[in-house]
Design a protein around this ligand. Structure first.
Ligand SMILES: CC(C)(COP(=O)(O)OP(=O)(O)OC[C@H]1O[C@@H](n2cnc3c(N)ncnc32)[C@H](O)[C@@H]1OP(=O)(O)O)[C@@H](O)C(=O)NCCC(=O)NCCS
Length: 177
């Protein structure tokens, strides 16, 4: 049986639990500009932020419904951090484990973040969902454009580079109303 037939992807909000933190650290270690452990703890404990995780769940058997984040049969493979401001929401991070990219997980996480922002919009009238992306990050820019984000501007030399240089940030947004 193929993996896709035996497992399913489940998205749910993450809490500050050791098992979750360890899994988040493994994901961030798989990419170039990941959040540190202390940054991860901060976002997990901030009431103004929502952290959604994507779990591969074993779901072949009837035990599927009883699985939780601590089950060895569940694997955290990506997450998105969404921050709620008074007038706008912002996607602060979205990462899929390097070994799991190109399988639609990033698109599912982004769709869940957009749905959460729309919930907040109905609740308190937020106008836009914002984000920043490195000018060289073609995969992320394509992901966002496909979800309807448009480029509003650029922050010249916003991101530091390992060689001491700087890289532009593109500012992108999605209207919520
Ligand atoms: C950006 C990222 C989250 C995408 O996750 P993913 O699970 O690989 O993305 P998906 O498989 O859901 O792809 C969705 C869409 O994104 C775009 N995309 C994803 N990977 C791409 C790539 N390597 N090149 C070009 N476009 C790409 C495509 O439009 C794709 O749609 P398609 O499959 O119909 O062509 C992932 O590459 C990642 O974690 N990168 C490192 C962290 C990062 O850069 N985060 C963004 C910070 S702003």
């Amino acid at each position: 049986m193929s993996e896709s037939a035996a497992r399913r992807l489940e998205l749910r909000e993450l809490a500050d639990e050791q098992v979750t933190l360890t899994a988040l650290e493994a994901i961030e270690a798989s990419q170039a500009h990941g959040l540190s452990q202390s940054q991860l703890i901060d976002v997990l404990n901030d009431d103004a932020r929502c952290v959604l995780g994507a779990w591969w769940q074993a779901c072949e058997s009837s035990t599927c419904e009883s699985l939780d984040g601590e089950s060895p049969l569940a694997e955290l493979i990506g997450f998105v951090v969404l921050a709620r401001g008074p007038f706008e929401a912002e996607i602060e991070a979205i990462t899929v484990h390097a070994a799991r990219r190109g399988q639609g997980v990033g698109a599912r996480l982004l769709a869940a973040a957009i749905a959460q922002a729309h919930d907040w919009q109905r609740d308190s009238g937020l106008e836009r969902l914002l984000l920043e992306v490195r000018a060289s990050n073609a995969a992320a820019a394509a992901l966002y454009a496909k979800a309807g984000f448009t480029r509003d501007g650029v922050r010249k030399g916003y991101y530091p580079l390992a060689d001491g240089g700087r890289e532009d940030a593109w500012l992108m947004s999605l209207p919520l109303v």
